[in-house]
Ligand binder design. Structure first.
Ligand code: SF4
Length: 265
């Protein structure tokens, strides 16, 4: 059973992928054949996903049959309990207002777009993570206590202390509309007093990752080219850090987009 840091890393890596999470949820109903799983999540890379789950001790493979291990059952149970805690947390949240748009600066990489910094009050603090399912591309980060969402090119980050940042905004009007949509979505959920229903996350494809890579095929990451890098990033074999050109100023916005996209993998 996973216990040491390396084993926990394997579990985190296994569950960081939407297809593998879907497989685990599918198996929660009972043992399944690999054909049944392929019917649910598709055949693409199925062997790879099952291997990753098996290496993390979350499932057991017996011939063509797949079942959740005891550890996997406990893992899912623990997640369900944490989700119930989140629902309870929402009752403590208060309706929010946009109290301040503090700066409207051009984006570093694209001077035709704006970077917006606003404030919402009262801050959502520890209840912020409850709102993750409100956004089809929402991802809560414990590390920075922030909820990151993406719509088109616009990335919005809501921090627990009330600060809100938006990148790649085209105009002040678009910023105001986006902030108002954010305010009403949060307040609607608070008024209902229940945690929003989880949404199936939009699947990220390698081509979408590739779109934001420098596309120079320079090989500095040790891969044959950017598309190979994108595929390996999807499977967790490499991290964004290894593409050093992304650290250059001209790629700042692309890096920001990629950090959000990788959070959905
Ligand atoms: S280092 Fe970055 S730009 Fe260079 S090949 Fe790898 S992914 Fe592409």
């Amino acid at each position: 059973m996973p216990g040491n840091p390396n084993e926990i890393k394997l579990v985190n890596n296994a569950m960081a992928n939407a297809t593998r999470r879907k497989i685990m949820n599918f198996l929660a109903d009972g043992d399944k054949s690999t054909e049944e799983i392929a019917g649910e999540v598709g055949k693409a890379m199925l062997d790879f996903h099952l291997n990753v789950l098996q290496q993390a001790s979350l499932i057991e493979l017996e011939g063509g049959n797949v079942k959740i291990s005891e550890y996997g059952k406990n893992f899912l149970k623990d997640k369900a309990e944490k989700s119930a805690e989140k629902t309870a947390d929402l009752s403590q949240a208060k309706p929010v207002e946009i109290v301040e748009v503090r700066q409207l600066l051009p984006c570093i990489a694209d001077s035709s777009k704006f970077r917006v910094i606003a404030n919402i009050a009262p801050p959502l603090g520890g209840t912020l993570k409850v709102f993750e399912p409100l956004f089809s591309r929402g991802r809560y980060s414990d590390r920075i206590n922030a909820l990151i969402t993406q719509k088109g090119e616009v990335i919005t980050t809501i921090y627990g202390n009330g600060k809100v940042t938006m990148t790649m905004i085209k105009s002040e009007g678009e910023a105001k509309e986006a902030l108002e949509n954010l305010r009403s979505a949060i307040n609607e959920a608070i008024a209902k007093g229940i945690s929003p229903a989880p949404k199936e996350k939009i699947r990220v494809e390698p081509m979408e990752i590739y779109k934001y890579l420098p596309q120079t095929n320079c090989g500095k990451c040790g891969e044959q080219g950017c598309y190979t890098f994108a595929i390996k990033l999807m499977s967790g074999e490499v991290t964004l850090d290894t593409c050093t050109p992304l650290k250059e100023l001209e790629n700042a916005i692309s890096l920001e987009q990629l950090q959000v996209l990788t959070a959905y993998i």
